[in-house]
Design a protein around this ligand. Structure first.
Ligand SMILES: [Zn+2]
Ligand SMILES: [Zn+2]
Length: 416
């Protein structure tokens, strides 16, 4: 077992996940009990914590604390690793290097010191967690990820808002989007209580947090229960797959399949297939394509202009205006499409096949021959179907050949 093997396994390039969240759980019978975790699938994870399906964490297995509810969550992480870092920092604000040392003590309530002078881990209080959340969203490493904070319980949101009013400077103007959905939370609570009474499953007390997290990556059990209680509100309204960017992904596939990418929208140089990472504008109908670093440079310049400050040391923008259609492009969205195209052929096939099947089911199928070919012959059918034109290499192969290039390194930075 050489180090190289381990490293290459760990660095297996993956597309940006459709959804990855860091959530705050609150015990319904005892509001003072809080728990912080992360998951790509909040409804499934909640059902695990509540003992409705296997794999819950030991700390949430006490029957007297169940049911738990997800009161808040943060979405938009560019990778599982980024979410895990955030989860850890939120659990350990007294240690987190993301929060400046001099601010850790003053910023987080109830942060005492040990005799050694080290900061004590604070007892989790709603106030403390909300303050730590604000601090983390205000630091550059997380603040530039384009994260979104969701509140499902009005009382919790009020604590967050109250603190916001008190804060000054950078942290009072967070670069994050805040979404509230309170109606959902109350209905959800009812649902979970009913489910709890129906007979909770026995928690697996041997499972620790990390193991539980790993399990959570697979297909969870209790899908029936999830289906049963799935409603289109609160955590149940979050998109768990790539459906919201299906049209965008389809556009990206077409552009490169038929080599329509043309010249870079920023530097005007021709973009040769397979010679680098090219990102596509996310706006409907716009086919602007550019070098990854050209888009980045262009958006960062705009940011500097907007802020009226000197050029910072940022290498990744949050968002910008497309030079062609002048519509807004969120960097995270663009990276999602790019990583799906270059690292997620399986996910792309799954996403676009769904569309084709649905289209075929309708009397007027829009994508006649293409749809049929893909359904019959599987993944590569579309490549062969290119009407005798030059065969296009699947994007995933391109990236393997290109993995040592500067662009690929740039993308890896983008994902951390
Ligand atoms: Zn360029
Ligand atoms: Zn555009």
């Amino acid at each position: 077992m050489s180090t190289t093997t381990i490293t290459s396994t760990q660095l297996q390039p993956k597309p940006i996940p459709a959804l990855y969240t860091v959530y705050i759980l609150r015990s319904q019978p005892r509001h003072a009990s809080l728990y912080i975790g992360s998951t790509p699938n909040p409804p499934r994870r909640l059902s695990q914590h509540n003992g409705l399906s296997k794999g819950g964490a030991y700390r949430t297995s006490k029957k007297s604390l169940r049911p738990w509810e997800m009161v808040t969550l943060v979405s938009g992480f560019p990778s599982m690793i980024a979410a895990l870092k955030f989860e850890w920092a939120l659990n350990n604000p007294h240690k987190s290097l993301h929060i400046p040392a001099d601010k850790r003590a003053e910023a987080i309530k109830g942060l005492g010191r040990r005799k050694t002078g080290h900061l004590k881990r604070p007892r989790k209080s709603l106030n403390g967690v909300m303050e730590a959340l604000r601090m983390l969203l205000g630091v550059k490493s997380f603040g530039r990820m384009g994260l979104r904070v969701h509140f499902f319980e009005e009382e919790v949101w009020r604590v967050w808002e109250r603190q916001g009013g008190k804060m000054t400077g950078r942290t009072s103007k967070l670069g994050v989007e805040v979404v509230t959905d309170f109606r959902g939370a109350s209905s959800m609570s009812k649902t979970m209580t009913a489910a709890q009474q129906a007979g909770p499953a026995e928690p697996n007390s041997e499972v620790d947090d990390d193991e539980a997290r790993e399990k959570d990556d697979g297909d969870g059990e209790g899908e029936d229960a999830q289906e049963k209680y799935k409603k289109k509100y609160g955590i149940y309204a979050l998109p768990l797959d790539y459906t919201p960017i299906k049209e965008y992904v389809g556009k990206g596939q077409e552009i490169f399949e038929f080599e329509r990418q043309g010249k870079c929208v920023v530097c005007r140089e021709a973009m040769v297939t397979g010679r680098g990472l090219y990102a596509v504008c996310s706006n409907t109908g716009c086919e602007a394509v550019g070098h990854l670093d050209c888009w980045s440079r262009c958006f960062l310049k705009q940011e500097v202009k907007r802020a009226g400050t000197a050029q910072g040391d940022e290498i990744l923008p949050v968002k910008g205006e497309c030079p062609t259609c002048h519509g807004e492009v969120v960097w995270g969205d663009m990276m999602k499409e790019l990583t799906l195209r270059t690292r997620g052929q399986a996910e792309v096939d799954k996403l676009l096949k769904k569309k084709r099947r649905r289209a075929a089911a309708k009397p007027k199928a829009k994508e006649k021959g293409k749809g049929k070919a893909a359904d019959e012959k599987g993944n590569n059918a579309e490549k062969k179907d290119a009407k005798g034109n030059q065969k296009v290499k699947p994007a995933s192969q391109t990236i393997v050949e290109d993995s040592a290039s500067e662009d690929s390194e740039f993308l890896d930075i983008a994902l951390l």
